[in-house]
Design a protein around this ligand. Structure first.
Ligand code: G6P
Length: 608
C-alpha cells in the first residue's frame, strides 16, 4: 500500500516527484525516498519518517539534479521503517534503482538464489531482491530482464525502475497493485493513483496485470510479456484538482465530512429518473434478478460495515437472503457460492487486496459480481460483471466518511432496483422510498450545519479511555462504523455491541464515568434501547445518545443528546453516522492526533 511515482521529461524531476508523493502519502507515510537519473549516474536520497523530512533534507528537491526519477512513500511490510529499508532500492552495482508497492511472497527463495550467486543484501525488505534480480537477468535489454524477473517472482507489485544503462528511459510494470501512466506534453509520469499527477495531466492509461511500461524520451509504449505492443485507451480525468486539496479546511477528514450532502446527491439523484431507479451500468436482467438465490456482500473495514447495513436493507426490500462477509475470511473459507448467486464487492479504492481476491474467488465459482467502487478504472471495477460507482470524488483522509456514506446509498439503490424488479416492493412503497432517499442530502446538510455542540462535547470527552457504542437493528450496524472511526483516528479503545448483547458480557466493563454512545433512531426498538440506557446508567455510565427529532423522552435518560432529522427508519444510518464521524474527528483533534494519517494505517490496503 505504498505510493510510487515516476517522472520523465525535461523539467527537474525531484520537485515533481515530491509533489506527487505528497498526494500519495495517504497510502503510507513511515518513510520516503527518491532516485534521480542524471545522465549516467543515479543520485538517491531516502529517509525514515514523513515526506517532509525527506523534502527538507534535499531542499524541496533542489539538491538532486536530473530530469528522470522515481519516488516512493512507504507503509512498511518487510523490515521496520528505517533509512536503509526505505525505497528506492539499488542493484548491487548501483546501476538500477527500483521502487515497489506490493509484496514479493517468494523473496526468501530468490534471496537465497541471488546470495549463492554472490549478491549481498543491505536491507530487510522483500523489494531489494527485485532490483538485484533484474540486474541478475540484465543482458543489455531492460525489457527482457524485467520480463524474466516478473516470471520469477510471486506476489503483488507495481514497480518503477530506472537504470544508468538506459539514461533516457523509465520502466514500470504492475500485477495486483495499482499503477497508472500520466501522459503529458513531452513529459510523462507513472503513479499509484491519479491525484499524484493531476496537477500535470488529466490523460492517463490504466494498466492491466503484467503490462510493462517503457517510456523513452517522450515516447510511451505499453508491452505485454511477449513484448507485443498493447493499444491502450486514454482515460480523461474530469474531476477537478481542487477535489483532492484541503480547500481551506484543517484536515481532509472534516472537508470530506462536509462534502457528504453533495457526494450523496451525486450518487443518488442521477439514478432516479421519472419515478424509477435507473442503473445504466448494471446489466443484470429481470430474469437474472428473479432467479437470484442468495446475495453475498463482501468488503473490508468500513466497506464491510456498509455491507452489514446492506444486509438489513436488501433482505427487507427484496426478501432474498443476504450474507455479509469480511473479504479476508471469504477468500479462504471455501464458501458455498456459485451460479445464481450475486456477490456484491464494496470498495472505495477498488484495489484492496483481500476484496480483489474475494471477487476472483466468487467469479471462479460462477457467481455474478457487482462491485460498488469509488475509484474509476480500479482493478475491482474492471474485473466485475457490473459496477455501480459511488460519486464521492477523491477521498484522501485515511478514515473514510463520504465514501462510506455514498456506499450506503449504493446499498439502497441496489435493494430498490432488485425489490422493484422482483415484485417485493409495491408501487406505493416505491414512491415512498424514492421520495425519502432524495431527502438524505439536505438532512445530512442540516446535521453538519451546526457542529458546535458535538465539538464542545468532544472537548470534554477526549480523555476517555474506553468508549462503548450500543444499538439495535440498523443502529447496531452504524455503531460498528462509529466505533471503528473513533479508534482509527483517536486511538481510544472502543467497541460496538448489539444492545441486546449487553447482559451477555459487555455490561461488566461499565464503571463510573464510562462513556456509552447509544444509538436510538429505530422507532420499533426505541423502548428497548431506552431500557439498555437505563441499565448502563445504573452502573455509572455517562450516555451520549442519538435519536430522531421528536423522541425527546430520551433526554430523561441520556446526558447528551443529538437529534437527527426525521426519516424513514430504513434510511436513518445515512444520518446517524454523521454525528459519529464529527465526534470522532473532534476527539482526535482535541487529542492532537494526526487525523488524516493515523498511526499504522493506510487508506489503500493493497497487501493481505
Ligand atoms: C482501509 C481504510 C478504510 C477502508 C478499508 C477498505 O482500512 O482505512 O477506510 O474502509 O481499507 O478499503 P476499500 O478501499 O476497499 O474501501
Amino acid at each position: 500500500m505504498c505510493g510510487i511515482v515516476g517522472y520523465i521529461g525535461n523539467k527537474q524531476a525531484a520537485p515533481i516527484l515530491l509533489g506527487g508523493l505528497e498526494k500519495l502519502e495517504y497510502r503510507g507515510y513511515d518513510s520516503a525516498g527518491i532516485a534521480i537519473l542524471d545522465g549516467e549516474k543515479i543520485t538517491m536520497e531516502k529517509t525514515k519518517g514523513r515526506l517532509k523530512v525527506l523534502s527538507d533534507k534535499i531542499h524541496g528537491g533542489e539538491d538532486l539534479k536530473g530530469t528522470i526519477g522515481i519516488g516512493h512513500t512507504r507503509w512498511a511490510t518487510h523490515g521496520a521503517p528505517s533509512d536503509i529499508n526505505s525505497h528506492p532500492h539499488l542493484s548491487r552495482n548501483g546501476r538500477i534503482a527500483l521502487v515497489h508497492n506490493g509484496i514479493i511472497e517468494n523473496y526468501l527463495q530468490i534471496k537465497a538464489l541471488l546470495e549463492s550467486e554472490g549478491y549481498t543484501f543491505v536491507s530487510d525488505t522483500d523489494t531489494e531482491v527485485v532490483s538485484h534480480l533484474i540486474d541478475y537477468y540484465y543482458n543489455g535489454n531492460m525489457i527482457d530482464a524485467i520480463i524474466k524477473a516478473i516470471h520469477r517472482i510471486e506476489g503483488s507489485y507495481a514497480f518503477g525502475i530506472i537504470s544508468v544503462d538506459h539514461p533516457g528511459e523509465l520502466f514500470a510494470v504492475r500485477k495486483s497493485s495499482p499503477l497508472i501512466v500520466g501522459l503529458g506534453n513531452g513529459e510523462n509520469y507513472i503513479a499509484s493513483d491519479i491525484p499524484a499527477i493531476l496537477s500535470h495531466t488529466r490523460d492517463v492509461y490504466f494498466l492491466e496485470d503484467n503490462e510493462i511500461v517503457w517510456i523513452k524520451g517522450a515516447d510511451v509504449k505499453v508491452l505485454d510479456v511477449y513484448k507485443h505492443e498493447v493499444k491502450k485507451e486514454v482515460f480523461h480525468v474530469d474531476w477537478d484538482v481542487s477535489a483532492a486539496e484541503k480547500g481551506g479546511y484543517e484536515h481532509f477528514m472534516i472537508k470530506e465530512i462536509m462534502e457528504q450532502p453533495k457526494a450523496i446527491e451525486d450518487t443518488v439523484c442521477p439514478r432516479i429518473q421519472g419515478g424509477n431507479i435507473v442503473l445504466d451500468d448494471i446489466k443484470l436482467t429481470k430474469e437474472q434478478i428473479n432467479s437470484l438465490k442468495k446475495i453475498y456482500i463482501i468488503g473490508c473495514g468500513s466497506a464491510y460495515h456498509v455491507g452489514v447495513v446492506g444486509k438489513y436493507v436488501i433482505e427487507k426490500l427484496t426478501r432474498i437472503p443476504v450474507e455479509v462477509e469480511l473479504a479476508s475470511e471469504f477468500r479462504y473459507r471455501d464458501p458455498i457460492v456459485g451460479k445464481g448467486d450475486l456477490v456484491i464487492i464494496i470498495s472505495q479504492s477498488g484495489e484492496t487486496a483481500d476484496s480483489l481476491a474475494a471477487l476472483r474467488e466468487a467469479k471462479v465459482r460462477g457467481a455474478r459480481v457487482l462491485s460498488v467502487v469509488n475509484v474509476v478504472g480500479s482493478s475491482i471495477s474492471r474485473e466485475s460483471d457490473d459496477v455501480l460507482y459511488t460519486w464521492a470524488g477523491p477521498e484522501i483522509s485515511v478514515a473514510t466518511t463520504k465514501a462510506y456514506s455514498t456506499q450506503l446509498q449504493a446499498m439502497y439503490l441496489i435493494a430498490l432496483h432488485i425489490g422493484i424488479n422482483n415484485g417485493k416492493i409495491s408501487e406505493e412503497e416505491k414512491e415512498h422510498y424514492l421520495a425519502e432517499i432524495q431527502t438524505i442530502p439536505s438532512k445530512v446538510g442540516k446535521i453538519i450545519e451546526d457542529v458546535a455542540p458535538l465539538q464542545n462535547y468532544a472537548s470534554k470527552k477526549y480523555g476517555s479511555k474506553d468508549i462503548f457504542f450500543l444499538g439495535r437493528g440498523l443502529d447496531y450496524c452504524v455503531a460498528l462504523e462509529g466505533s471503528l472511526k473513533l479508534k482509527e483516528i483517536s486511538y481510544i479503545h472502543s467497541e460496538a455491541y448489539a444492545a441486546g448483547e449487553l447482559k451477555h458480557g459487555p455490561i461488566s466493563l461499565i464503571e463510573d464515568g464510562t462513556l456509552v454512545i447509544a444509538l436510538a433512531t429505530q422507532d420499533s426498538l426505541f423502548e428497548k434501547l431506552l431500557s439498555n440506557i437505563k441499565e448502563v446508567k445504573a452502573r455509572g455510565a455517562t450516555v451520549f445518545a442519538i435519536a430522531q427529532e421528536g423522541n425527546t423522552e430520551i433526554e430523561k435518560e441520556a446526558d447528551f443528546v443529538v437529534y437527527i432529522p426525521k426519516i424513514d427508519n430504513l434510511f436513518a444510518p445515512s444520518l446517524t453516522v454523521v454525528p459519529l464521524q464529527l465526534f470522532s474527528y473532534y476527539v482526535a483533534v482535541n487529542k492532537g492526533c494526526d487525523v488524516d494519517k493515523p498511526r499504522n494505517l493506510a487508506k489503500s490496503v493493497t497487501v493481505e
